[in-house]
Design a protein around this ligand. Sequence first.
Ligand code: ZN
Length: 56
Amino acid sequence: MAGDYDFIVCKNCETPCYMFDLDRKGNIQSAFCTLCGNDDVTEFRLPDADETGVDE
Ligand SMILES: [Zn+2]
């Protein structure tokens, strides 16, 4: 499903983060990296297609 992500990626440590909220447009509204403590939404990105692990 487009715009539906299981995780986003912390730019700071390149780690998948599961604590986040997206708005209806798929923009990151809030996020928190449990690994490095990053909570700046500008320091996160949506995963690339090859990172989402879609089995098709
Ligand atoms: Zn991080």
